[in-house]
Design a protein around this ligand. Structure first.
Ligand code: SF4
Length: 365
């Protein structure tokens, strides 16, 4: 798990155009493309740059906005496929995401498709996505993708609005045949700035719940909550128990719906962080450590993506865990490292402590 020479994932924000206007959208996506989007030639050249990391190439994630709003999306995917680059796509669920579109992703060789589902119930999801009917369309897209044999991942942004529905949501997507669930812990960027995020106590409860949920065979990953690895390590002690009413509610509902857990946890003890295994290219080519950490590091139009990833001082500091505050003195920092995006959004310092981690405050206050 040494990510110093190349990332495993390169996220490319193909466009900021999207016809949804979700309440937490990182990109503050708007109806029409912004000026300065990479042209097709610039995008092809950025895809060519991915090969300079050497084989095995990092996986490219075509994200947005809504990647389907880029008219040349399929040509760009074909270009990546012809170069032998593994790619995945994260489309918005709109009228553009048809059965035929999903079938085309499959023909082009997409390794995975991810769609967002933010509530177990129609009212919750459609209120967050701010478009009636999106919930039903999302369920249909998941069924279509499963029927096509696509590897489908569901993404969920956790916030106060949907916290209590997590067990029902897990139950729903398991019944639909989803194999991977990725949970985004809100960062206050873009439209997400005005959404109420979870308190550290609630984050701890959700991580403990996810640890339990990962013992039913589904692959579970978190985004901007690397402290789940600390929770995992702490839970390896059978005596360890997080004693909180929110957690007990989530856990008992999980067991009511799913029965007792039947596998070992699928959580991994080491993962990626922004700038450590991950890099992000914005719609205009600006390179950032991650999609939720809007610090410009260069631009693929003039800078080498590989050199920027390998040699930028901030990314080297993140990989070497040169953090301050609670994260700086934490015994779990190698496996965790804290969310650099949250540290930046709260403290304007990407190397400061992660405000959502209860361990950081317990240790340092
Ligand atoms: S204090 Fe920081 S490094 Fe330690 S577990 Fe919490 S977020 Fe991770």
């Amino acid at each position: 798990m040494d990510f110093s020479s190349k990332p495993v994932l390169i996220f490319w924000e193909t466009t900021r155009a999207c016809s949804l206007s979700c309440i937490h959208c990182r990109a503050s996506a708007i109806t029409d493309p912004l000026p300065g989007e990479l042209t097709q030639r610039e995008a092809m050249s950025m895809i060519d740059q991915v090969t300079l990391f050497g084989k095995p190439y990092p996986t490219m994630i075509f994200t947005g906005g809504d990647p389907l709003r880029r008219k040349d999306l399929f040509e760009l995917m074909l270009h990546a496929a012809e170069l032998g680059i593994n790619f995945a796509v994260s489309p918005a669920v709109t009228e553009l995401l048809t059965f035929e579109t999903l079938a085309k992703f499959k023909r082009l060789g997409a390794s995975s498709i991810s769609v967002s589902l933010d509530g177990a119930y129609e009212d919750t999801h459609d209120a967050i996505r701010r478009r009636r009917g999106t919930y039903q369309k999302t369920l249909q897209a998941i069924r279509d993708a499963v029927n096509l044999g696509l590897n489908i991942q569901v993404n969920t942004a956790i916030m106060q609005e949907n916290l209590g529905e997590l067990p029902e949501l897990f139950h729903l997507i398991r019944k639909l045949g989803v194999k991977t669930w990725e949970l985004f812990f809100l960062i206050k960027v873009g439209r997400g700035s005005s959404v109420e995020d979870l308190e550290p106590r609630q984050c701890e409860s959700v991580c403990n719940f996810l640890y339990d949920a990962s013992s039913y065979g589904m692959v579970i990953r978190t985004v901007e909550a690397p402290f789940i690895r600390r929770v995992m390590k702490q839970r390896s002690d059978p005596e360890a128990c997080w004693n909180d009413p929110d957690y007990h509610r989530l856990q008992s509902e999980l067991v009511r719906l799913e029965g007792d857990p039947h596998t070992t946890s699928t959580l991994r003890p080491r993962g990626t962080l922004d700038g450590d295994g991950i890099v992000f290219v914005a719609h205009d080519g600006t390179i950032h450590p991650g999609g939720l950490l809007p610090i410009p590091l260069g631009n693929v139009k003039v800078d080498s993506l590989a050199r920027t990833y390998r040699e930028h001082e901030l990314l080297m500091n993140i990989r070497q865990r040169k953090m301050s505050g609670g994260c700086g003195v934490c015994e779990f920092k190698e496996m965790c490292g804290g969310s650099r995006a949250r540290a930046f959004s709260y403290n304007a310092d990407p190397l400061s402590s992660d405000q959502a981690c209860i361990h950081a405050s317990l240790m340092y206050d």
